[in-house]
Write a protein that binds this ligand. Structure first.
Ligand code: BGC
Length: 634
């Protein structure tokens, strides 16, 4: 509590000193004025407008040193352009405040920020508040130092938030605009991952911790608060976005200043979801008889990118009582998706899955893949009120919250004293049920979350989109024109096959995520014996095969939740499956519905499949059960 007392003292002093300085200026020699606390400016609507942003010299030096090893001169020059860009400073544990082996402390950065401020041009300092009790409750890679307990919360308040606010309240920093990203992933986890015991345990501490952080940070006029709002591939479904806006409103109302305690929201923090899909502009477009959004990649989510997500979220927030001035930020540090695998045109396929897979610029195996995604590139350079964004997105700026080149998590167990664990989402050999049984697509040989990962950094620069310029691009105070991408206007979509759009399934899919929630598995309803049929076809080669399984509900009532079981005769193994959650125990395989296909109407069918391995003989299974009932073949 003593630090807290000091801060309040200093905060009060600051207010008095500000007035004194302003009046004293007339009599004080001009040479002194630059070293004195200047008049604190009024809180503005968009702190980024007309401002420069802080460039972290420590990170820039690391990037510069990577440039010396880049080999290729063009790549080296691009890295040097990257080194000039502003990135956020993460307070990822208590020791980060004073500085530790991984970096300088907050005071160092704030003092540097004061040096970087030139004349009357405002300077924004991007700060990440990231140390809640029970942090990262649905994943392991960024688990934190504080337990989800009353004692953890007490430490969060007195040893973490209070000292940070103390430092920020120093009058020296009164005219630096502090833009605080508040607790990435925390409140979003409470929307989608409350089936997890760890998130249940963290929930009260997340709410109370975020409220406390807002209350304390908002004692300072030069602080701007942006709550983390995940990304479109996590919260875009209507079934998630509505509850998200309600939760944010509840948290806002719990604070001392209510809605005024939140300046805005930041999406895509440390994620790689693109701003939009240039070749998939219409989620409802019908291809092969179904809307694009019903494809496996989008799982009925209509928000294909962050512009759509911030627009949707803003609309919902205003409906919940937030002021329309609420501003949005998007972390574009790693959502560029350029490089050789970027599609250059819309697909001409009439098969929905092929169409989507050939058209999408997001090359991840699944939208829930969050750990060091291989193939991602740097996105738009930081810029205020980006002119390329739709007005409905309500953007204050594109920002780089995740410093490019810092790992999301280790690809194997690495002992550490930060509480971080090994999350298999960071292991490229892992087929993840959280990713609809796709491989994670993570970059191999990754170090611990937050550590420098040069191999990834090199790919991020090479795959940047827009391409990083080799010179110039020093971020200026005015919204700069982003380097010219090659033409982004998509060609008109191919007219899809005329068949009638299949109505979406009544089960609204649950998302997959930065930290994807488990699919909602409704409890299976009874299914009378003989009330199902299955067709199973397999294409085999050497020791591999792809199997397609069509399951039809032959009963007279709909199923809400289903599981299919069968047994292999020759030691076959499921490697990777789709449209269901696949598991195998011995020779018995179980496929449980995905979140979006759990309802199986009477007479309705679902197509699922998998890639498998075999050792020479690959007899098709003959006995299938659906919810325990025997199925006929064919
Ligand atoms: C890590 C932090 C790190 C941040 C920025 C997070 O994933 O857990 O330790 O500071 O990324 O790289």
């Amino acid at each position: 509590m003593s630090t807290h007392g000091n801060r309040t003292e200093r905060g009060r002093w600051r207010a008095v000193a500000t007035v004194a300085t302003a009046t004293a200026l007339v009599a004080v020699p001009l040479t002194l004025s630059s070293t004195m606390a200047t008049a604190a400016e009024a809180h503005v609507d968009n702190p980024y407008a007309g401002a420069k942003q802080y460039v972290n010299p420590t990170w820039a030096a690391t990037v510069e040193s990577a440039a010396t090893r880049a080999g290729d001169p063009t790549l080296a020059a691009q890295m040097r352009t990257v080194a000039k860009q502003p990135t956020a400073v993460w307070m990822d544990r208590i020791s980060a405040i004073n500085g530790n082996a991984d970096g300088n402390g907050l005071k160092f950065h704030l003092d540097e920020a004061v040096k970087q401020k030139t004349g009357s041009t405002p300077l924004v300092f991007n700060l990440v508040i990231y140390n809640l009790p029970g942090r990262d409750c649905f994943a392991l890679a960024s688990n934190g130092e504080l337990p989800a307990s009353d004692a953890g919360l007490a430490r969060y308040k007195t040893e973490y938030i209070d000292p940070i606010v103390d430092l920020l309240s120093d009058s020296k920093y009164a005219d630096i605009r502090i833009a605080a990203t508040i607790e990435p992933d925390s409140l979003p986890n409470l929307v989608t991952n409350m089936s997890e015991a760890t998130c249940q345990a963290s929930a009260p501490y997340y709410r109370e911790g975020v409220k406390y952080a807002l209350d304390e940070l908002k004692t300072l006029d030069n602080v701007y608060t942006y709550l983390d709002a995940a990304h479109s591939g996590w919260l875009g479904w209507d079934s998630n976005s509505g509850p998200t806006a309600k939760l944010f409103a509840e948290v806002a109302k719990s604070t001392k200043k209510g809605f005024a305690s939140i300046d805005g929201f930041v999406t895509n923090t440390a994620n790689s979801t693109p701003l939009a899909e240039p070749f998939l502009p219409d989620p409802t477009l019908n291809v092969g008889g179904n809307p694009v959004r019903s494809s496996k990649f989008y799982e009925w989510n209509s928000d294909f990118g962050e512009h759509a997500w911030t627009a949707q979220l803003h609309r919902l927030l205003v409906a919940e009582g937030f002021p329309s001035s609420t501003g949005m930020l998007i972390d574009t540090s790693r959502n560029g998706w350029g490089g050789p695998d970027r599609p250059t045109k819309v697909s001409t396929s009439t098969n929905l899955e092929t169409y989507v897979n050939e058209s999408r610029i997001d090359r991840r195996t699944h939208r829930g893949a969050w750990c060091n995604p291989l193939g991602a590139g740097i996105g738009e350079l930081p810029v205020a009120t980006p002119s390329s964004a739709p007005a409905a997105a309500h953007l204050d700026a594109y920002v780089w919250i995740k410093p490019p080149g810092e790992s999301d998590g280790a690809s194997k167990e690495i002992p550490n004293d930060q509480g971080k664990s090994f999350d298999r989402m960071c292991d490229p050999t892992y087929v993840a049920s959280k990713l609809a049984n796709n491989l994670t697509g993570a970059t191999p040989d990754a170090p611990l979350a937050g550590q420098w990962f040069e191999a990834q950094f090199t790919t991020l620069v090479k795959n940047a989109y827009p391409v990083i310029p080799t010179s110039g691009a020093t971020p200026g105070p005015t919204p700069s024109v982003t380097p010219s991408p090659s033409v982004t206007t998509p060609p008109p979509p191919v007219t899809p096959s005329p068949s009638v759009t299949t109505p979406p399934p009544p089960v609204t899919p649950s998302p997959s995520v930065t930290t994807p929630p488990p699919p909602v598995t409704p409890s299976p309803t009874a299914n009378p014996a003989g009330a199902c049929s299955v067709t199973y076809t397999a294409n085999s080669w050497n020791n591999g095969f792809t199997a397609s399984v069509k399951v039809t509900n032959r009963s007279s009532s709909a199923l809400s939740g289903w599981n299919l079981k069968f047994t292999f005769a020759n030691g076959q193994q499921v490697q990777q499956g789709w449209s269901a959650t696949w598991s195998q125990s011995g020779s018995t395989v179980t496929a449980t519905n995905a979140a979006w296909n759990g309802t199986l109407a009477a007479g309705g069918s679902v197509d699922i499949g998998f890639n498998g391995s075999h050792s020479g003989t690959n007899t098709a299974p003959t006995a299938f059960t659906l919810n325990g009932a025997t199925c006929t073949i064919g």
